[in-house]
Design a protein around this ligand. Sequence first.
Ligand code: DCP
Ligand code: MG
Length: 482
Amino acid sequence: MEVGNQETKLKENHRAAVHGNAEDGDDNVAPVSATFLTAVEPVATDRVVLAIDLDCFYAQVEIVARPELEEKPVAVTQQHIIVTCNYVARKFGCRKLMNTADAVKSCPELILINGEDLTRYRAANELVHQAVRSVCGPSTRIEKLGLDEFFIDATHIVDETIKSKSYNYNFEGFVYPAMDQLSEGSTAEDVETERALMVGSQLASRLRSKILEDSELTCCAGVANNKMLAKLAANIHKPNSQTSLMPGIAGSYVSELPLRKLPGVGWKASYEFRQIFGEEVKTAGHLRSAYNLPQLENVLGSKKAAWLWDLARGEDRTEVKNTIATKIVSVEDSFKSAKTWEEVHNLTLKLCGELKDRLQIDAELHPGRRASTLRVVFRKAKRNRESRSTPFPDVEVNALQHAMIHVLKASGIAEPFHLTLLGVGACNFVNLIPQPGTSQLMDFFSRKPRTRAPECPICNRSLPGKSNADLNQHIDMCLEQS
Ligand code: DCP
Ligand code: MG
C-alpha cells in the first residue's frame, strides 16, 4: 500500500483493528473512564518495546507434554501451593499461588502436577528464546525476565521496516484504547508514534506465531513505548492475545492502576507503601495527586522515590538488556529416598542422558562454547542441598555418569545413605570461537592457572579470594534461592 495520506488510513484501520472488548480478557483491564480522554504528561515515545508473557507457563508446558489434558483443569504445584493453573481451571476460580487445598475445593476435578523440577520449564524457555532470536536477528536486544517473560527492543526493526515500506496499515490484535476514545487532533508526531506501534504489533504477531510453531506454546504480547507499559499492555487481554498501548493514554491508564499492579511492586513494597501513604493512596493516580517528587523523596529517599515517581507516570527509561547466554545447563530430580548405589546408578543414568540432550540444544543455541565444570548436586535426607564440582568430562552419557558417581563417592556418600535429590549441571562455559576483546580461547588451550576471580554461575557475581569450599557454599545458597 502506498505510504501516503497516512493519517486517515491509519485512523480508519486502527478503528477497524479494534475488535473484542474487556470481557474477552481478564480482570486486569482498567475501566475505561473519562480521564482517558484528557491524558496528560505523555510518555517518551522514541522507542518500541515488545513484552512477551507465556500463558500459564508451567501448566502449558505440562499440557504440551500430555495433550490429553488440554480441555481439563490443570494446576502445577510446589509444596502446598499451586504456582500456576491453566485457563480452564481459572474459570472454576483457581488462581496462581493459591493454597492447593483451596484450589481443589473450588475445582474438585483439578489435575495436580508436581512442578518442583524446573528442567522442562527451562528447556521450554530456551526454545522460546531461540524462536524470538531467530525472528529478531542477532543485533536486537532481548531480555529474559524469569522463565516466561521477554522484552524486545524493536525500535531499529520498526525503523527499518518503515524505511523499506514493508508493512500493512493494520494493527495486529487489540489496541488500547479504541481509536474513538482518543482525543481528536492528532499531531504529526502522534501519527508517527502510532505507526511505529502498529509496525511493532505486526512484529509481535510474527513472534507469537513463531513461538507457537517452535514450542507449541501460546503467549500474550504487549506493544508500547517502554518496558513497563509493554508489560502492562501484555496483561490487558489474556490469554493468547496481544495489545498495543497508545502513548497518549498511557499516563492515564497507569493512573487507574492500584500500586500493587505496577510492575516491580511486590506485596512487600505495597504493604510498605500502605504504611507510609495511608489507606487512601490506592492507585498511581492517588499517589500523584497526594505527593510531588520532593515530598516523595522525603519519605522514601531519592532513589526509591525516583523509581516510584516514574512508575506512577508510566515512565520507564530502563533499557532492554540483552540477556547473556545461560550460565548453567542443569537437570535435577527429587525423590522420596535413594538408599543403594544401584538406585543411584539408575537415577544418574537418566539425569546424564537428559543433560546430554540439553547440552545438544545448548550447542545449537551457542555454537562454539564448551563447559569446563561439571556440578553435581545432592541432598541427604531433609538436609540442605550440597554441591561439588569436577572438571567437565566428554559429553557422553557414560563419561558424565562416571564423573558424577566419582564426585558423589568423593563427597563421603556411602551405603546405607538416604538421598532425596540428585542433580547434574554444566557450567563455566568457555568460548572456543574467539570473542572480540577476550583471550578466552588462549586461556582454554594453554590451561594456565586461572587468574580471573571465579564467578558464581547462578548469580554471576565475581567471588575473588574465595576458597573452593566457600565458593561451593555460595553456589549452594544461590541454588537454594533460585
Ligand atoms: N511461578 C512460580 N512462583 C511464583 C510465580 C510464578 O513458580 N511465585 C512460575 C509459574 C508460572 C511461571 O512462573 O507458570 C510464570 O509466571 P506468571 O506470573 O507469568 O504466570 P503464568 O505464566 O503461569 O500465568 P499467566 O498466563 O497469567 O502469565
Ligand atoms: Mg506468564
